[in-house]
Design a protein around this ligand. Structure first.
Ligand code: PMP
Length: 414
């Protein structure tokens, strides 16, 4: 073989050299690798972020699918449909939103393939390279993954610190772009479990007004409240002030993944009509529409069992949250602290500052317990002494056992 042949790039190297610049920001997710651990029976995994399949409304879905594939119904359910989404489902969602003080018409609602698709659309609509996206610190890593493809710069949205608006704007301008939106999950956030008070939500809105940017309200966990009073969504607060959803800067992302089924991939967006129209154009160009039969099945099941099913989930997951908080109290050594969520699926743990969540995971795996190291949830990979624990997937006895294991691993590392 000649020297020339040896050093010339392979076809696959040449191919990857052709990839667009945006692909350099796309990284494999630590969490996806960890999800594989769920299959090993000895491991107690607090690493997932998924609903317990034992509580899927399986029979209601089976009935809905049989109905949808009946002789008459199949001509609709197996056919193409509109990009905006299945009308009876959008109407159900309009009724559901009004429970939370958001009155909107079907024209303000787009059905998406999960809220993850909506996050991609948000990136596509708003972010030019070097624009600034404000995110919480930590934030949902799937949102960072979706936005990264559009090459944003990240800055911190933090209702407590209140950095002067002028400074935030000046930094964005210096980076070569504009502040486009603030993304946050006000109820039982992933990964912290923290909920914003009404006052904090109003502060976010006032800041967004001053920055003249959009607010992206990710309500993925909103229904999973186990204690305390419902706090109005940011969109509801803005609507109270402005009186017209088409005058609102908040874009609300909903999902059926945590209530009915994540596998069917059905979520929704509620926003001012110009935002919805732009998203419809993106959907037409991207995947035409969300799967018709999936929307029909979700619509049927939402109409028939949504409330009773969510009541069951609240009882089951609420018990698991209590079990986790009790076990943490019992087994964590001094110097370790954690959040005290009112709902959702996660508790966020802060270790002593010199400990590293990723290193701790290596030790924890030897003791057959898993979690997600916290650094991946920070746009700058900081705060390595943190970790996320999921409690929706394990029964109380397993939670007690897993946290006991984790406590002794942490103790041995102190
Ligand atoms: N937002 C948050 C905060 C999430 O935790 C998730 C799922 N883990 C999503 C959005 C995406 O959910 P889906 O696409 O299944 O609706």
């Amino acid at each position: 073989m000649s020297l020339n042949q040896k050093t010339s790039p392979t076809t696959s190297e040449r191919l990857t050299a052709l990839f667009a610049h945006r692909t350099t920001r796309m990284k494999a997710s630590e969490i996806r690798e960890l999800l594989k651990l769920l299959d090993q029976p000895d491991i107690i995994s607090f690493a997932g972020g998924i609903p317990d399949p034992a509580y899927f409304p399986r029979e209601a879905f089976a009935e809905a699918m049989v109905k949808a594939t009946g002789e008459q119904a199949a001509s609709v359910a197996l056919q193409y449909s509109t990009s905006e989404g299945y009308t009876p489902l959008r109407d159900w969602i309009a009724g559901y939103m009004s429970r939370y003080g958001i009155s909107c018409s079907r024209d303000n609602i787009l059905i998406t393939a999960g809220s993850q698709q909506a996050l991609d659309y948000i990136g596509k609509i708003f972010i030019d390279p070097d624009d600034t996206a404000l995110v919480t610190w930590p934030t949902y890593m799937g949102a960072l993954g979706a936005f990264n493809a559009y090459e944003p710069r990240y800055d911190r949205i933090d209702p407590q610190t209140n950095r002067p608006v002028e400074a935030v704007l000046a930094d964005a301008e210096e980076a070569g772009g504009q502040v486009k939106f603030a993304y946050l999950s006000p109820d039982f956030a992933n990964p912290t479990g923290i909920t914003l008070s009404e006052e904090q939500r109003r502060t976010v809105l006032a800041r967004a007004e001053a920055l003249d940017c959009a607010v992206i309200e990710d309500a993925a966990y909103q229904e999973l409240r186990y204690r305390g009073e419902v706090i109005k969504p940011i969109l509801a607060l803005e609507l109270e002030d402005k009186g017209d959803i088409d005058a609102c800067r908040t874009i609300y992302l909903g999902s059926f993944s945590k209530t009915l089924s994540p596998g069917l991939r059905v979520g929704w967006v509620v926003a001012a009509k110009p935002v919805i129209s732009q998203m419809v154009l993106i959907k037409q160009a991207g995947d035409l529409q969300t799967a018709t039969i999936n929307q029909i099945a979700i619509s049927e099941v939402a109409h028939s069992v949504f409330d009773s099913h969510v009541a069951t989930l609240r009882e089951v997951y609420g018990g698991r949250l209590t079990a986790m908080l009790t076990a943490l109290e019992r087994h964590m050594p001094e110097g370790v602290s954690w959040t005290n969520p009112d709902g959702g699926m996660f508790v966020w743990v802060t270790l002593p500052t010199d400990m590293d969540g990723a290193e701790l995971l290596q030790e924890a795996l030897k003791a057959n317990v898993a979690f997600v190291p916290g650094a991946a949830f920070f746009a700058d990979g900081s705060n390595r002494n943190t970790l996320r624990l999921n409690f929706s997937m394990s029964a109380a006895a397993k939670i007690e056992e897993g946290i006991a294991r984790l406590g002794s691993v942490i103790r041995s590392q102190l």
